[in-house]
Design a protein around this ligand. Structure first.
Ligand SMILES: *Cc1c(COP(=O)(O)O)cnc(C)c1O
Length: 453
């Protein structure tokens, strides 16, 4: 048995009014391994900073969510939201689990096709679809979700020119009690635009209305907005049924379920604050039965799953570069991963935990990245045990949006690995190097030489 390290006793002032020893525990958990692979080994092998994804967690998240919805409603299909995380390996895990692809641009459409997803299994969203993107999507029988009237007319022209039918849905936005309203995408329900768009589609010979779509926002913290949204889509579906005797193939409720990540300004941890996924599923599925259709005519419920299924499967391992005292006496920890890799830290207080036992003395600290700019702050205030240079800190819940929204700024981006179910580790994206970054650049001939004195 190794001898315990002596620790000097300390007295910490408890501030009244804020949560203190009577509230959430200041003792931080330590994460020394990810799915059975030691963090130290990961860093030794692949460097720091390092993104790590857990194959096991992704599959578990997907299966659990699917079970929650399928027990409540008979026909459910998930489509993975590419923009949430379009790393090829991550998308492939979701496709192996049966998810279709949900894309919001021609680039994402091409990524899905390149991975082997057929057009018929792609949902094509977004307000910017070029003629060539639409032509491909029509030919490959993708589900095209129309965003606005100009796009509807564009698609009419394209399908008439190609003499092909397109499978379409419209995106609908509506008042669901969330303000500011997300009314810039799709056709508005309350002002009648959505019904008008449906009528225009139903009178065309080349557009085949197969579904209705909405995506009410992201990180929605209540269930009621979903219930209201589905009720309104159900009203439109009833109108289509009554006026055109058409039964829609699907109702697509989009994404937006929150992950366990905690928003800035949220006092309690997300896990204590948010409804359960079962409650969300109840709110989404129960209005569908109001369609009063025989079981075999019920539409498929599509969910465009995003952050809720990937956030807690992503880790960012970092290394402490140094400690400082700020002018106000507060401790500051500088680590080698900054907001360039974690755009999401503008909105979320990502959990940060030590990867080694650092003792029980904790202190409030600010955690900064290595960028030479003031905004490079990962946590303004977090309780952490003392960290030494070279210690590792792990940033949690970084699976959603970080590796799609990250930026390349003053340095290259690190490796991304995946811990596989059998505990082997695979590199799923190499780190960048100087050659990779400058290869698209061109220097005009007259600028190619200089001499400095
Ligand atoms: C971004 C997006 C999603 C996924 O949203 P999450 O908040 O990550 O669940 C789904 N559908 C559409 C149309 C989107 O734009």
């Amino acid at each position: 048995m190794s001898k315990k390290v002596y620790e000097r006793p300390v007295i910490i002032k408890q501030h009244s009014g804020l949560m203190n020893k009577f509230g959430s525990s200041p003792v931080q958990p330590t994460i020394t391994e990810i799915d059975g692979v030691a963090v130290n080994n990961l860093v030794e092998e692949y460097g720091s900073p390092l993104f790590v994804f857990s194959e096991k967690q992704i599959r578990e998240n997907q299966r659990k969510m699917l079970r929650i919805f399928k027990t409540r409603y008979p026909k459910v299909q998930f489509a993975w939201s590419y923009k949430t995380n379009y790393l090829s390996a991550v998308c492939s895990v979701f496709h192996q689990e049966g998810s279709w692809a949900e894309v919001v641009s021609e680039y994402e459409y091409q990524r899905a096709r390149k991975l082997g997803v057929s057009g018929a299994n792609i949902i094509f969203n977004g307000p910017d679809k070029s003629d060539s993107a639409l032509e491909t999507a029509v030919k490959e029988k993708a589900k095209i979700h129309i965003d606005h009237f100009d796009e509807l007319y564009q698609l009419l022209e394209i399908t008439e020119k190609l003499d092909l039918k397109a499978n379409v849905a419209i995106r609908v936005n509506m008042d669901v009690g969330i303000y500011p309203k997300w009314d810039r995408f799709g056709f508005n329900y309350e002002n009648g635009e959505a019904a008008h768009a449906i009528k225009r589609i139903m009178t065309s010979k080349t557009l085949n209305l197969v579904g209705l779509h909405t995506h009410i926002g992201t990180y929605i913290m209540a269930t009621e907005p979903y219930r209201l949204a589905v009720l309104k889509l159900v009203e439109l579906a009833k109108m289509v049924h009554a006026q055109y005797e058409t039964v829609l193939e699907y109702i697509d409720v989009g994404g937006g379920l929150p992950s366990k990540n905690t928003l800035k300004g949220q006092y309690l941890d997300a896990e204590q604050l948010l409804p359960s996924y079962e409650q969300y599923a109840d709110a989404i599925t129960s209005p569908l039965f109001d369609l009063n259709l025989p079981p075999d005519e019920l539409p498929t419920l599509f969910l465009e799953t995003g952050r809720a299924l990937i956030d807690d499967a992503g880790y960012l391992i970092s290394t402490v570069l140094g400690n400082k005292r700020l002018s106000n006496g507060k401790r500051a920890i500088i680590i080698d991963a900054g907001v360039n890799y974690l755009f999401t830290s503008h909105w979320f207080n990502h959990k940060i935990v030590p990867a080694q036992n650092s003792g029980n003395f904790t202190e409030n600290a600010a955690v900064y990245g290595p960028l030479c700019m003031n905004i490079d702050c990962l946590r303004e205030d977090i309780v952490l045990p003392t960290q030494k240079k070279g210690d590792r800190l792990i940033i949690l819940f970084v699976g959603a949006y970080s590796v799609t929204q990250w930026m390349q700024f003053i340095t290259t981006r690190p490796k991304i690995t995946m811990v596989m179910e059998d505990k082997t580790v695979e590199v799923i994206r190499e780190d960048e190097d100087l050659e990779y970054i400058i290869s698209p650049e061109r220097v005009p001939e007259k600028l190619t030489s200089f001499s400095l004195k």
